[in-house]
Design a protein around this ligand. Structure first.
Ligand SMILES: N[C@@H](CC(=O)c1ccccc1NC=O)C(=O)O
Length: 320
């Protein structure tokens, strides 16, 4: 499974221990069992894609890293032939503080602290994607599928939002980041855009879900974005409508997937995001038939693997 691939870990930043990413590549060695299976599969035609994952955990949970989906995609009954997989990468990013894992900022060095605030999380995701491109392993615009779980799904769609997701206030124009050229939606930071983007159990409108859930997401949202609800809304991928322009000629498909059994994120989030995508006029798939609770979906991985299989099928259909 994943341990049959060549795994390397990379620091894409130097400010914090969480600015790392992991890469799983297929070994070149033709004698290895994985390489042999990939060769046997090579009659399956079509482009290879990288599968890049952004974990969830409410921007703060240090225990939400995951492997199960990778193992599902490498298993014999995988919905995706190995010949279509270029590799896998997972992105870590600076986390906000968590009440269950307190740290004393007086005593813990900044490098080891989890005390990030927006825009640190999305900044790190962008830095990681730009780093992956520079590594020259084949991650480039249109060569990968970007998947996120929970707040990772929000971060994935925020990559498409470009400068609008980097803003820290609602009082200034969105395109004020130093690296942005006037009028450009994407900052000039070398971030490759995905061929498809897949949000699983995503948090797409914090104000909306927080209202529906009687304030249950108040402290999580404030921990990540601060107290200004106007800013929560400005950063919400589910309230944005610029996906058509953001897709350009590169991004071809957006997918949202949700389990009705999720006890933390309701179906309303999936509805909100699907509406944003459809009203923006981009090709959209929605799956509301995942099974399992919020964390079970990622711990099991089978439904995420299935949705990724459907994503690839749709990409293939669009290419014909
Ligand atoms: N285990 C998390 C909770 C969590 O991840 C979460 C809770 C409600 C809605 C979404 C969540 N995760 C999204 O990334 C925590 O307590 O920080």
């Amino acid at each position: 499974m994943a341990d049959t691939l060549r795994y390397t870990e990379h620091a894409y930043g130097t400010d914090n221990f969480l600015q790392t990413l992991g890469i799983w590549e297929f070994p070149d060695d033709a004698c290895s069992p994985v390489a042999a299976t990939a060769a046997a599969d090579s009659t399956d035609e079509g482009d290879k894609y990288w599968f890049i994952y952004i974990h969830g955990g409410a921007w703060r949970d240090p225990l939400c890293l995951t492997l199960p989906t990778i193992n599902r995609l490498l298993s014999l009954d995988s919905p995706i032939p190995q010949s279509r997989i270029a590799g896998f990468a997972t992105i870590n990013y600076r986390l906000s503080s968590h009440p269950d894992f307190p740290q004393d900022p007086e005593r813990v060095p900044a490098y080891d602290l989890r005390h990030a605030h927006h825009p640190d999380h999305i900044h790190d995701v962008r830095a990681a994607l730009a780093y992956l491109r520079r590594l020259d392993v084949g991650v480039d615009s249109g060569t990968y599928v970007l998947t996120g779980h929970s707040c990772g799904a929000a971060l994935a769609f925020q990559v498409l939002m470009g400068n609008d997701a980097l803003r820290t206030t609602t009082t200034t124009a969105a395109t004020t980041s130093p690296s942005s050229a006037p009028g450009r939606q994407q900052p000039d930071d070398g971030v490759p855009l995905p061929a498809a983007i897949v949000g699983v159990e995503g948090l797409y409108d914090l104000d909306g879900i927080n209202e529906r859930c009687g304030g249950a997401l108040q402290s999580i949202s404030e921990g990540a974005y601060g107290p200004d609800k106007a800013l929560w809304r400005a950063l919400a991928p589910g309230l944005w409508r610029g996906y058509r322009e953001a897709f350009g000629d590169v991004v071809r498909l957006a997918v949202v997937a949700q389990s009705p059994d999720d006890e933390l994120v309701d179906m309303g989030e999936c509805d909100t995001m699907e509406r944003a995508l459809r009203e923006s006029g981009v090709r959209t798939l929605a799956f509301r038939d995942l099974r399992g609770k919020h964390d079970e979906v990622r711990e099991d991985g089978r439904h995420i693997a299935r949705v990724l299989g459907k994503t690839l099928e749709e990409l293939d259909r669009l290419q014909k």
